[in-house]
Design a protein around this ligand. Sequence first.
Ligand code: SF4
Ligand code: SF4
Length: 347
Amino acid sequence: MQSEEVKRLARRCGFQLAGVAAVEPIREAKFFLDWAARGLAGAMSYLTDRRAEIRCSARSLLASARSVICVGKLYNAPLPYSVRFDEPERAWISRYAWGEDYHEVLRRGLTELLERLKEAAAEPFEAKICVDTAPILERAYAQRAGLGWIGKNTCLINQQQGSWFFLGELLVSLDLEPDTTPPDRCGSCTRCIDACPTNALTPVIYPGGPRYELDSRRCISYFTIEHRGAVPKEHRPGLGHHLFGCDICQDVCPWNHSAPETGEEWCQPREFAPPLDKFAAITETEFQNMFRGSPLERARYTGFLRNVAIAMGNSGHPRFRDPLIALRGSPDAMVAETAEWALGQLR
Ligand code: SF4
Ligand code: SF4
């Protein structure tokens, strides 16, 4: 089977980006293991436990794998970037989390692609679908498959289409012609580094490797999505009105200035930048009903209330006094303490 045919089928399955990489030892594995060993993954154990080694070898997921078919699905809904939306009393939810949970969307597309490949292939082959849950160094393979380069913001950037993509992979036992790695086009630009409110993008020296890395322990996305427990006080002001995730280092990237948009229903916001008041008195059942099937479930109820309290405090707006007093009475000690801190910010 020809790689061009594979990519044509991928586009018919709804993927805007598609390419092929050979399964081979990848040098980025060394950088990743070092990054994890230095503690920069914070408490994300799925990046540091036994899955770290699995992540470094595609053949630990499919022993017969010879090629990785890498795909990208655009999620850039046609609404303003966060850096152009200056309303601190409204909650910013990261663009990727506006709609349906992307895992299912990607899995559906990759399942369809696999079926089409099986119909088109001359011989049977083995395959495995990877969408986050199967650990693989997906940006490294996507880069080899020609989808883009890894920017200083640590995202994969496509020269024509920007970085608003979910990535997925299909490991196959087929020998496919690999694509070529595109050049790094960040040049001397430092906009993402300069714009990051918490200085989470830090320089690193790896000969022949990345020049910047993400310190998760400083990143707004980490604090609002992955971090369990109280957010350290010194980091709370930097979170601004971010309720879930952060897009700033992608918003300011010049390669996203004319990024294509998509009207696909699954990634449109249920409500764009909802007012913070809406969430202060939310019950756990309401939280579950409101965000069922959405990435926001990952923050969990008490983490979500913690984020609401921080955003209210950072707004400085007196109208949040009463909701914060109510949150201070929460039976959850972390929520109560965060609300107390937020009240102090209003004063
Ligand atoms: S997501 Fe936000 S906090 Fe994290 S590195 Fe990018 S700009 Fe900084
Ligand atoms: S903002 Fe500039 S430095 Fe950062 S990823 Fe984009 S092009 Fe690269």
